[in-house]
Design a binder for this molecule. Structure first.
Ligand code: ZN
Length: 477
């Protein structure tokens, strides 16, 4: 496909100044990234997070993106790094991301593509605590067909633009995580990072993203936004047309819902539930860290999809189909069990999804007690009717077929956390989970961190319980 990219006509001096500043090799001042976080958030200077400075230009048909990236990476491990591993997620989602040139500290380097073009290896020589700057240019060509339930897809009045940049992978246990992605489940495996993103888009569309818009300028045909985030595991862009925005302030956070005009009633229900969910999770666990949370209606083929500071809810739920409350609460809960505390969604999908299912149950117990039985029996049935209910919870996404994935990770996983609540007591489990979110805020964990947090709280040994539910070896004994 031939892309038609536009030339910018910037109108304000202010705007020109920040575009010029972007070309500087200096890392952005970290104070830029405090705009989107509430007063109680951890001090950014101490985090040593990767910093992405991205510039994305969307074509008029929204199917093509031209991108440039400067990424500052600090070696936070005890090992010397000979390479950085970036994931090109669009190449596993039916679209095409092509990286043109890669520079390390302004020197052109020879990179290597691997694992079905989803891994980009960039050679470096980086000692512990050393920082390096990687610059690259790339293009992204979206598949005109909707693939992978629409994470990265163009609809008539909405674009779901996820993973629109090469994403640094996670270095854990002396190796880069680079498992291949599965068609089901969520692909992102990433450390919390800081984003400074400029988006150029056609003027007749509205751009809604992770983070806060710092500046915006538009001409008749085109618009440019500059957005920065607080600590964020991912940067998502929704581009919508003919939508209404409704919003409500909750403490320091503004909750915003974007939906087609025709779905205003569903948008109001979405806003009401999201506000309650935010208040509930803040009260029971830890504060929501950002000044903004956006919920955007896009007709994806899942009920909802989570990103830091922004979630997608499928349009069908806003017209009264399915359970809007359950989906909205689930996606808001992911702001804790995914965005705040991250994990390997490819190898251990239960760690965020099963916990999110349990957090949703806790909300229902508080606000909709008459729906609790229905919620539990719905997911119990999914588990019971999955092809092999005995499958352990702790397997990678690829080990489950479609029905098993939902039945085990979402069904059985809910009952794993319920069994923990039975063992520890609901209040004690809530306190333990609050500790887990607090102690691991912005981190990337495995099941052992969860187990340690819970054991610390209950002063009990949960090794056997974890093994029985999660571990295949234990099941086969
Ligand atoms: Zn989920």
């Amino acid at each position: 496909m031939l892309s038609v990219f536009f030339k910018l006509s910037l109108t304000t001096l202010l705007f020109v100044s920040f575009v010029q500043a972007q070309k500087s090799p200096q890392a952005p001042d970290v104070s830029l990234f405090s705009q989107d976080v509430i007063a109680d958030s951890p001090v950014l200077e101490t985090l040593d997070l990767p910093i992405y400075r991205l510039e994305l230009t969307l074509s008029d048909d929204l199917l093509n993106v031209e991108g440039s990236a400067e990424i500052w990476v600090t070696n936070t491990s005890d090992d010397n790094w000979s390479e950085l591993v970036f994931r090109l997620y669009p190449n596993a989602l039916g679209s095409l991301m092509t990286v043109a040139e890669v520079f390390v500290k302004d020197v052109l380097v020879k990179t290597q593509l691997d694992i079905e073009n989803t891994v980009l290896r960039v050679p470096v020589d980086l000692e512990p605590s050393e920082e390096v700057r990687v610059s690259l240019r790339y293009t992204l060509e979206l598949s005109p067909e909707v693939r992978s339930y629409g994470r990265l897809a163009k609809y008539r009045d909405a674009l779901s633009l996820s993973h629109a940049y090469p994403t640094l992978s996670v270095y854990k246990n002396s190796a880069w995580l680079e498992n291949y992605l599965d068609e089901q489940g969520d692909p992102l495996v990433a450390e919390t990072s800081l984003f400074d993103v400029t988006v150029h888009a056609p003027a007749d569309w509205q751009v809604v993203t992770t983070g806060q818009t710092l500046e915006q300028a538009s001409s008749d045909e085109h618009q440019t936004l500059r957005v920065t985030t607080g600590p964020a595991r991912d940067f998502f862009i929704a581009v919508v047309r003919g939508y209404r925005e409704i919003k409500k302030q909750v403490g320091e956070t503004q909750v915003r819902v974007f939906a087609p005009q025709t779905l205003l009633r569903g948008a109001r229900s979405t806003l009401e539930v999201a506000v309650k969910a935010l208040e509930f999770f803040e009260k029971n666990y830890t504060p929501y860290p950002y000044k903004e949370i956006d919920l955007v209606a896009i007709p994806v083929e899942a009920g909802g999809v989570e990103y830091p500071g922004i979630v997608v809810i499928t349009n069908g739920l806003l017209v009264g189909g399915g359970n809007l409350t359950q989906v909205v609460v689930h996606e808001v809960a992911h702001q804790w069990s995914f965005a705040l505390v991250g994990s390997d969604q490819i190898s251990s999908p239960w760690l965020d999804e099963s916990l999110t299912q349990y957090l949703t149950l806790r909300f229902q117990e508080e606000y909709n007690p008459r729906f609790v039985d229905g919620y539990e029996s719905y997911w119990r049935r999914y588990w019971d009717e999955s092809p092999n209910p005995m499958l352990p919870l702790g397997l990678p996404v690829a080990s489950y077929d479609e029905r098993s994935y939902v039945g085990i990770v979402y069904g059985k996983g809910l009952f794993f956390f319920k069994s923990l609540a039975d063992t520890m007591g609901t209040e004690a489990l809530d306190e333990a989970l609050a500790g887990y979110f607090r102690e691991n805020a912005w981190g990337f964990v495995s099941s052992s961190e969860l187990q340690v947090s819970l054991e610390h709280s209950c002063a009990c040994d949960l090794t056997r319980v974890f093994a029985e539910w999660l571990d295949e070896a234990k099941r086969l004994q």
